[in-house]
Write a protein that binds this ligand. Structure first.
Ligand SMILES: *Cc1c(COP(=O)(O)O)cnc(C)c1O
Length: 466
């Protein structure tokens, strides 16, 4: 095919083509970028000709030029695409870890925009006109909502666990029940974090049963913490026993040098149990049982940004704030702004404006309305597609409330001649990206996690696909 090499268009002729100008002006791609792509496409064809792998039947300057611009136009479209982008979560799993966990409230977003677009008092004490600390700036609001003596915020709960172990137990012993040595999401293991922190893990009890005397016997002068870990993503049932936070705090009061730390995992600020959902203890209640220090996530049941919140005794929090690692694990102004606004919603009593809570407590009738609207809009164009509204269950996700399922309405979609896997792929690879469930060769759309705006977007996308 070497003889066709002379049919390859020169770069300057391509640059004089009207399509080149269109790419610059209509698609807003810089001159150098388009030139680079053209050169790469020319090189690509040259290579194909040289190893006889050029597939197109016809060969001419015209064919090559068309081919090159077609490819470059696709690259121009991709050029404006973001790698981190919006996804419609049609799985019904509210805290989907792969899909970014909690959605932020409008209030939180507005606060983020304000502090991100402008200067802020992140480390500035307005009252005194002197340097302030980001570790103190939203402390009072976290104290108010949890009833704690003191509070601080770090990058995530994994960072909180690490800072606490390193800052309070490095070189000392930490006693943990074997039933609570959890692994969360495959990348967080209590035992591994402990190792990194250089605290010594002392395992007590068995997988299914740990008694107070197990802790009691393990305490010695090297013990620094009794650590309780929320078994976030699994449940032990049957012949089981674990020691309550209250019992641990009573035990620790008999030993001056021993503190109790509870890694709450999700850390609810709202009493979901009161609504018959799960058995997640609220943070204030846990603190009330006398525990010295508690940590939990910002983007699980709390419904805020990714963060790790540490609350507890003032003396301990102050020690952690002064630790070198506090600087390493600190959060930025956008996180603090979003977290404050989210927490404020609880204090103001309008926690239903937080998407995580709203979705969790969404009445079935509203979910059904969305499902009905969806099939109603698609009925006249169905082309053999079958849409069925059914009752089903949504999961909470995010490694919280394992086994808790809440009733929901889904639309089950199928077609006699088309594999459901194909439809799921189309939904995932299109625009907007839609992530749905696949079960019994049916595509399931759970409307619990789909907003009104997203219902409209999905109808439009389904019309295209159908
Ligand atoms: C989720 C979880 C963590 C990790 O929290 P991140 O905020 O995801 O870092 C740690 N401990 C427990 C018990 C958890 O459930």
């Amino acid at each position: 095919m070497k003889q066709y090499l002379r049919e390859l268009p020169a770069i300057y002729t391509l640059q004089n083509n009207v399509q080149f100008l269109a790419l610059l002006e209509e698609q807003q791609v810089p001159f150098n970028k388009v030139t680079e792509w053209l050169q790469e496409e020319i090189d690509h064809i040259r290579e194909a000709l040289l190893n006889n792998s050029w597939k197109e039947e016809q060969i001419s300057k015209q064919v090559f030029t068309e081919y090159i611009f077609q490819r470059v136009e696709q690259r121009a479209i991709d050029f404006h695409q973001y790698f981190v982008k919006r996804v419609i979560n049609a799985t019904g799993t509210i805290l989907h870890t792969n899909l970014g966990r909690a959605r932020l409230s409008e209030q939180a977003i507005n606060q983020v925009i304000q502090v991100a677009m402008n200067y802020s008092n992140l480390e500035y004490n307005i009252e005194k006109g002197v340097r302030g600390s980001r570790h103190d700036i939203i402390e009072s609001i976290l104290m108010e909502v949890t009833g704690a003596e003191a509070a601080m915020v770090v990058n995530n709960n994994a960072a909180a666990v690490y800072l606490i172990l390193r800052g309070l137990a490095k070189g000392k012993e930490v006693i943990v029940s074997r039933g609570e040595l959890v692994e969360i999401g495959g990348s967080f293991r209590v035992s591994s974090i402990m190792e990194e922190s250089e605290a010594k893990l002392v395992e007590v009890g068995t997988t299914n049963k740990t008694h107070l005397f197990d802790y009691e016997r393990a305490i010695n002068e090297d013990t620094s913490l009794l650590m309780k870990v929320h078994t976030s993503n699994f449940k032990t049932i049957g012949f089981t026993a674990s020691v309550s936070t209250k019992e641990l705090t009573e035990l620790s009061t008999q030993h001056d040098h021993v503190l109790v730390y509870e890694d709450l995992g999700s850390g609810a600020l709202y009493d979901f149990q009161h609504h018959g959902i799960g058995d997640e203890p609220v943070v204030a209640k846990v603190l009330n049982s006398g525990v010295d220090i508690v940590s939990f996530s910002g983007d699980k049941l709390l419904g805020g940004p990714q963060a790790g919140i540490i609350v507890g005794k003032k003396e301990l929090i102050n020690k952690l704030k002064k630790h070198q690692l506090a600087r390493v694990l600190r959060v930025d102004k956008m996180t603090l702004a979003a977290l404050e606004a989210t927490v404020k919603s609880y204090i103001q009593g309008n926690q239903e404006t937080i998407p995580t809570l709203r979705d969790l407590l969404l009445p079935l009738s509203i979910i059904k309305e969305k499902a009905d609207q969806f099939i109603c809009e698609l009925r006249e164009v169905n082309h053999g597609w079958k849409f069925e509204v059914r009752e089903d269950h949504s999961q909470i996700g995010g490694g919280t409330m394992p086994g808790v399922e809440i009733s929901t309405f889904i639309v089950a979609i199928s077609h006699p001649d088309i594999h459901s896997q194909h439809l799921v792929d189309l939904l995932r690879l299109g625009e907007p990206v839609i992530v749905a469930r696949l079960k019994d060769d049916k595509v399931l759309i759970d409307f619990r996690t789909v907003t009104d705006e997203e219902v409209i977007m999905m109808i439009k996308r389904f019309r295209e696909i159908i």
